[in-house]
Design a protein. Structure first.
Length: 134
């Protein structure tokens, strides 16, 4: 079962692509290994966490002009499956707020990653050890 008790294999999915930072890509890869979950489950949990716990968009994430000082350079194309119900949720939110879907997904991934790191200090310590080894 997934985070909210729905059977994941019964949910329809589709492919999606969005841009993230290299650092976030590395962090997601690490957290997926630590949590022992797939990319689609990670995204599903991140989107659920965004809508149900922390639905706030950071001002820097909303900046679209690359000339702005606080613009976040998201230059890594990341492809993943997304469950159709979550994709539809995102579509509704974009219509309500005017935010782009990729901005919301990026924010959701950042929020959920931060939550996982806060929840489990050992993740952070192991991540720092891994960085020291590089």
């Amino acid at each position: 079962k997934c985070l909210h008790g729905e059977m994941t294999e019964l949910r329809k999915k589709r492919i999606t692509s969005y841009y993230i930072t290299e650092t976030l890509k590395e962090l997601i890869s690490y957290l997926i290994q630590m949590e022992e979950i797939s990319k689609i489950v990670f995204l599903d949990r991140a989107v659920s966490y965004f809508f149900e716990v922390d639905p706030v968009m950071n001002d820097e994430v909303l900046i679209t002009s690359r000339r702005e000082d606080k613009y976040i350079k998201r230059n890594v194309l990341y492809s993943n499956y997304i469950y159709e119900d979550q994709d539809e949720r995102l579509d509704k939110y974009t219509k309500l707020t005017g935010c782009k879907k990729s901005q919301i997904i990026f924010q959701a991934l950042v929020n959920y990653s931060a939550y996982l790191l806060e929840k489990n200090d050992s993740f952070y310590l192991k991540l720092m050890e891994k960085k020291d080894e590089l």
